[in-house]
Design a protein around this ligand. Structure first.
Ligand code: PHE
Length: 460
């Protein structure tokens, strides 16, 4: 980004040395897929909203936020890897494309217009190119708070809550929850702010609500499978299986992830926890306490509708869009013809770490948190001037949605010179048409040349 300002959604922002948001991202800023009538992401959002009656639903919060909103106000450490320019799209050093819906927690708590709310929105992360990752995806967040006084002095309230929680569990689900409600080292209670019974009740209320939501979603998915004549996954007599796993988020404690057993695998569905009390204090509501969760809509929509490639959500092709109808029960997606793949390899030597200053921090362990549906695996970043996500972006910027997958197929360091060589396989395949050899070659050559001009690699 060499221009001195960026215009996004009608606003202009000065750029600086932090700017790394490409035009390809800015151009898609106004799609708002999660509120398009009959779009599968919108249908999934509405299904989740229906699990939280009485909550206020926010679906229009703008995606450009401050670093303070996205990280500082949520207690993210100064060196948290999620802040890295290799993982996050910065507009300038103070402004970015939100990486999660949690960026709005403080402002929504501050407005305090209801006890419970959901937020659905587009979020942005630099990431791999494959069938389950796209640099823009959608998250949904939910939270519920109570006034502390309700817990402190009101035996009737406590008794009622405990009874409600006992009655909550549906007999047809099997829930594994082997860990204690909180644990001094692995999942601490916020001792300074919450009593043991408060943390326990909030945690239990959170878990029962989310189990309930998961049952709703997975039963819908199962019904859709049955209706399409495929073998249903959940036998009528077989319980739906899920489990709670301890987790960490800067903005909740204790924290968990919910996993559901689906087609032979444990599938991570969401992250959640007891809201960090300093966050509520910062929001000006120090007497409130409660729970929050966040999930990735694409992953759930792919599962509900059987959508095989995340790029399809962005398709304007009627053969895709006309398959979904929010007034009808969920139906499985019927793939239209799959066009042939055109794989091309690119191999290159990385430049020796020269005088160029490293932009990626030393740690690369994970993105802000794993609950997005865009969970980030640790990636290659030993070389200061080149991060794997830079290559991903060159590919997206050049070939856009014509690329299905980018995989590193070779990585070696020359024993004598110490130079590192990488080889990536770029799989070209459009969702809409057959790419000619020539089209694939042209895009590939452009990508090769950009790698040279932007990162100084030496092609092999
Ligand atoms: N912000 C977390 C993420 O992006 C999800 C989350 C939201 C976890 C709210 C806990 C509470 O993965």
């Amino acid at each position: 980004a060499s221009q001195s300002s960026l215009t996004i959604g009608g606003n202009t922002y000065p750029s600086d040395s932090w700017t790394n948001a490409p035009q390809s991202i800015i151009a898609q800023y106004d799609r708002r897929l999660h509120v398009q009538p009959n779009h599968p992401l919108s249908i999934t959002r509405r299904l989740i909203e229906s699990c939280f009656p009485g909550f206020q639903h926010h679906n229009d919060l703008p995606g450009v936020v401050s670093v303070d909103q996205n990280f500082d106000s949520l207690g993210f450490a100064a060196d948290h890897p999620g802040r890295a320019r290799s993982d996050t799209y910065y507009i300038n050093k103070d402004t970015l494309f939100r990486t999660h819906t949690t960026a709005h927690e403080v402002e929504v708590f501050r407005a305090n217009t209801s006890n419970g709310y959901t937020i659905a929105a587009d979020v942005y992360r630099r990431d791999a190119v494959d069938r389950t990752h796209y640099p823009i995806f959608h998250q949904m967040e939910g939270a519920l708070t109570w006034d502390k006084s309700q817990f402190e002095s009101n035996d009737h309230f406590l008794h009622q809550l405990q009874t409600d929680l006992k009655n909550f569990k549906s007999p047809s689900i099997e829930v594994q929850d082997p860990n204690p409600p909180f644990h001094k080292e692995s999942n601490p209670l916020q001792e300074k702010y919450h009593s043991a019974i408060e943390a326990e009740l909030i945690g239990a209320h959170l878990k029962r609500n989310l189990e309930n939501m998961a049952v709703t979603l997975f039963r819908e998915a199962d019904k859709a499978l049955k209706a399409s004549g495929q073998e249903a996954v959940l036998e009528d007599k077989d319980p739906l299986k899920m489990r709670w796993v301890e987790a960490f988020f800067p903005h909740t404690s204790p924290s968990w992830e919910l996993e559901v057993w689906w087609r032979g695998d444990w599938l991570e569905v969401l992250g959640c926890g007891v809201i960090d009390q300093p966050l509520l204090i910062r929001a000006g509501v120090p007497t409130r306490m409660g729970w929050a969760f966040g999930l990735g809509l694409e992953r759930l929509a792919m599962l509900l509708f059987g959508i095989p490639d995340i790029r399809l959500f962005w398709s304007k092709d009627a053969r895709f869009l006309n398959q979904f109808d929010e007034s009808k029960p969920i139906r499985r997606f019927q793939p239209f013809s799959k066009y042939p793949a055109a794989p091309r390899d690119v191999a290159f030597w990385l430049p020796k770490a020269g005088p160029v200053v490293a932009e990626t921090p030393a740690t690369t362990s994970s993105s802000p948190s794993p609950a997005g549906g865009n969970a980030t695996e640790p990636t290659l970043s030993e070389t200061p001037t080149f991060h794997e996500n830079d290559l991903m972006e060159v590919v997206r910027g050049t070939a856009g949605d014509s690329v299905e997958d980018v995989t590193c197929i070779d990585n070696f360091t020359h024993p004598k010179t110490g130079r590192q060589s990488l080889c990536y396989r770029v799989t070209y395949r459009s969702l809409e048409k057959t790419l000619t050899n020539e089209e694939a070659n042209t895009m590939h050559e452009q990508i090769r040349q950009e790698l040279v001009s932007r990162f100084g690699v030496e092609l092999r």
